[in-house]
Design a binder for this molecule. Structure first.
Ligand code: NDP
Length: 308
């Protein structure tokens, strides 16, 4: 079997067009949504992510700016910055880019963000609302996965979904969203016994682990839908050749940049067994950004008492 490719980039383009329409409609009421991003320190990957988010905002007509703070920012300074944005009526969404440089503890500062401006959906209030199946800001990556599954016609009701990974950012909210849609959900983590055996029970398998190609063909139930959330930089030429045999594009990328991006799934092996699979890159990454745009427009509407 050769799996159908689930084209996250195409679905994300559709969402961006939908958001642009909603932004245009809001503009007729004099509202232009505004997202403020706080970036602390100079983690290169974070800079790239923040840049992509800013560009995506610009493209759909959402105002956005980034407040870049030095790595030596104190907890008090960061807290004051968040409080100022909470109190600014012109700000609809606040995004604190993670990870924070030590000793700053991300969770402490996420807790300070006004839940009504929490477009990442990480505040405990939104986490609780999501668990209860009530309207909430849904974390962007699992929200994006749901958009992709729906756009691809994947039936969730009654299906067995296995999520590998239990982080607050991806695994747990992913499980909550799948459960809400009446899937039977199993969550795996680093202490799960017989990971391949549990994964093989899945009709829908979501990998969010952060280990390049951990999920191989032996983890996949024949005909399953495989969603690969992972993004890992791989620099080892032998590993790249094993994962993508004869792939000139990958070889060229490795030679040019010194790395290539690989998911948590061994794409070549898994796509021989799955019925549908997301690629990396071009799978979930673009949907995460689209999810952020959806949440920002939602925040702008909600704060003005407009229906969401
Ligand atoms: P975390 O490191 O926070 O969580 C990883 C999870 O994987 C943990 O629950 C951990 O278990 C589990 N795990 C680790 N090793 C194993 C193993 N050998 N077997 C089974 N489970 C294991 O990662 P995130 O959830 O933040 O991110 C996961 C991946 O998704 C990363 O590659 C990240 O880059 C990517 N990502 C991609 C995004 C996108 O836009 N495409 C957005 C966000 C993340 P335990 O809890 O027991 O430690």
């Amino acid at each position: 079997m050769t799996a159908r490719i689930l084209d996250g980039a195409a679905v994300a383009a559709g969402i961006r067009a939908r958001v642009a329409g909603r932004v245009a409609e809001l503009a007729t009421q004099g509202v232009v949504p505004r997202l403020e991003v706080i970036l602390v320190g100079d983690d290169p990957a974070s800079r790239v992510y923040v840049g992509s988010k800013a560009r995506a905002c610009l493209e759909v007509g959402v105002r956005s700016s980034t407040q870049s703070l030095p790595a030596a920012t104190t907890g008090e300074e960061l807290a004051a910055r968040i409080e100022a944005l909470n109190g600014d009526p012109d700000v609809d969404g606040i995004l604190l880019q993670l990870p924070l440089p030590p000793p700053l503890d991300g969770r402490r500062f996420l807790d300070l963000i006004d839940p009504g401006k929490d477009v990442d959906g990480f505040h405990p209030r939104n986490v609780g609302l999501l668990q209860q199946g009530r309207p909430a800001f849904v974390p962007c990556t699992p929200g994006g996965v749901m958009e992709l599954l729906d756009a691809s016609g994947v039936v969730l009701q009654g299906a067995h979904a296995v999520v590998v990974g239990r982080s607050d950012i991806v695994g747990k909210p992913m499980a909550a969203l799948l459960l809400q849609r009446h899937a039977t959900v199993t969550v795996c983590h680093s202490r799960t016994r017989d990971l391949p055996g549990v994964c093989r029970l899945a009709d829908v398998l979501v990998a969010a682990v952060g280990r390049a190609a951990l999920v191989g063909g032996e983890h996949v139930n024949p005909g399953a839908v495989v969603v690969d959330v992972g993004v890992n930089r791989v620099e080892d030429a032998a590993l790249v050749e094993r994962l993508f045999p004869g792939d000139e594009g990958r070889r060229a990328q490795l030679a040019k940049r010194g790395y290539t991006l690989v998911g948590d799934v061994d794409f070549t092996a898994a796509s021989r067994v799955a019925s549908a699979i997301t690629p990396v890159p071009g799978g979930i990454g673009p949907l995460t950004i689209a999810g952020l745009l959806l949440n920002t427009v939602r925040a702008a509407r909600q704060r003005r008492g407009l229906p969401c």
